[in-house]
Design a protein around this ligand. Structure first.
Ligand code: PMP
Length: 428
């Protein structure tokens, strides 16, 4: 039964049982309306109410400043790999265009279109770069998507963590070694690499705002959002799929600084982008469009927004100090599990370097027996017998991965730590 299991899957992840019970009832009959939540119109007053409350609660829990917009989107984290490129390249082109017009001292309507296109084309060819800090398979995928959309010549890998770790992910390269571009369309990184168990210990110092030259920083926080305080002001954009710490699969959240949206920055005309050989993104991935329509440009799954809203309500009710409270619990759970692993170096080897260890995805190898393969099979079998499931590592890297998301209770982490201790004593 549900009570007997602690599920450490990497996402979709466990959801609080109470949230699921409320959501299940709402699926049949929402608030005595006689209709289920998945049946109500996304344009109904009721749906807008759910959407706006969820936005407010997210803003409250994370202390999202007023000059940021919260968007609910579709297409998952992978959709955002593309959306960030389309939208941030648009911002870059628009700003670069304004700079050209300013230098020429003319208004756009006064300059022959071909002259403007020519100058912009030169700027695009020579200057357009999108910077990626590659610390694991998800940031790698994001950088590959950028290369697919705009061409590899516009993608600058600021640092590749594999180069300092025998071709494998597991470390965060020293910031002093990062090769940042001048005025990139964005500097992108993944705050927590779900597959490789690598998490940034905090906001990269080198990217901290410094006046007009501040880089536009974009982060994928799909697998560690809501688990620690983040200096939102340092970011231009943060995105995360809901299916780990926020709710169910099906919605993706974007927190974007309003100064990247109209009226501050316009969106270049599709005809201009076409002339410049730059991609034109699908309208459903346009932040401007989604923002303008309060996330209801097209049919949004209000049921999934509702689940996220219930999770946030429960977090706000549990932690009067909001995300700081959850952070303390997340840190404690991670420490418990890592301490058990570190106490038995002959039986376990944590994969990432100590200063890059993720609190959310704890990746390790089992070296108890001579064969790692046999050790890991034995470990997984013993774990399942104790009700500890979902521990198998990602198929691309193998090993064990304990995903320690917010919905894993402290007792769940304690059970896993106790099992690790017990396993280390298994006769060889
Ligand atoms: N980024 C991270 C950090 C992820 O963990 C994942 C999925 N596990 C993704 C992006 C891709 O998300 P999706 O499957 O929703 O496209």
């Amino acid at each position: 039964s549900r009570e007997e299991i602690t599920y450490f899957g990497a996402g979709p992840a466990l959801l609080p049982t109470e949230v699921l019970k409320t959501a299940a009832a709402s699926l049949v009959d929402y608030n005595n309306t006689g209709l289920g939540l998945a049946e109500h119109s996304h344009r109904s007053e009721l749906a807008t109410g759910i959407l706006n409350t969820t936005k407010d609660d997210l803003a409250k829990y994370l202390d999202v400043p007023n000059d940021y917009e919260i968007l609910f989107m579709q297409g998952g984290g992978s959709g955002e790999f593309s959306a960030t490129v389309y939208n941030m390249v648009n911002v870059w082109v628009e700003r670069r265009k304004q700079k050209i017009l300013k230098e020429l001292g003319v208004e756009e309507s006064k300059i022959p279109e071909n002259d403007l296109v020519q100058q912009l084309q030169k700027a695009v060819d020579e200057e357009l770069k999108i910077d990626y800090v590659v610390t694991g398979s998800w940031s790698l995928k994001a950088s590959q998507e950028a290369a697919r959309l705009v061409g590899a010549e516009h993608v600058n890998v600021v640092a590749d963590a594999r180069k300092i770790n025998d071709g494998k992910f597991g470390k965060i390269p020293e910031e002093s070694s990062w090769k940042l571009s001048k005025n990139p369309a964005m500097v992108y990184y993944c705050d927590n690499e779900t597959v490789d168990g690598v998490e940034f210990p905090g906001f990269p110092k080198i990217l901290e705002p410094n006046g007009d030259d501040s880089p536009l920083v974009v982060a994928d926080m799909s697998s560690n959002i809501l688990s620690r305080r983040i200096p939102i002001k340092n970011y231009s954009l943060i995105f995360f799929g809901a299916q780990k710490n926020l709710g169910s699969t099906g919605i993706t959240v974007v927190i974007i600084k309003k100064n990247l949206l109209p009226p501050v920055v316009g969106t270049p005309a599709p005809t201009l982008l076409r002339k410049l050989g730059l991609p034109i993104g699908p309208i459903v991935l346009s932040y401007e469009t989604i923002a303008k329509n309060n996330s209801l440009y097209n049919t949004l799954s209000i049921f999934d927004v509702y689940i996220a809203g219930q999770v946030l309500k429960s977090l706000l009710a549990t932690f009067t100090d909001k995300v700081d409270g959850q952070q303390a619990v997340a840190d404690k759970k991670a420490q418990l599990i890592y301490a058990a692993l570190d106490a038995h170096p002959e039986s376990f080897k944590v994969v990432p370097a100590k200063d890059a260890r993720s609190r959310m995805n704890i990746c390790f190898r089992v070296t108890h027996l001579e064969s790692v393969d046999e050790s890991e099979k034995l470990f997984l079998k013993g774990a399942v017998e104790k009700g500890l499931t979902g521990l198998k590592g990602h198929r691309s890297v193998g090993g064990i991965r304990a995903s320690n998301y917010n919905s894993i209770p402290l007792t769940g982490a304690e059970k896993l730590a106790a099992f690790i201790e017990e396993f280390a004593k298994t006769p060889k």
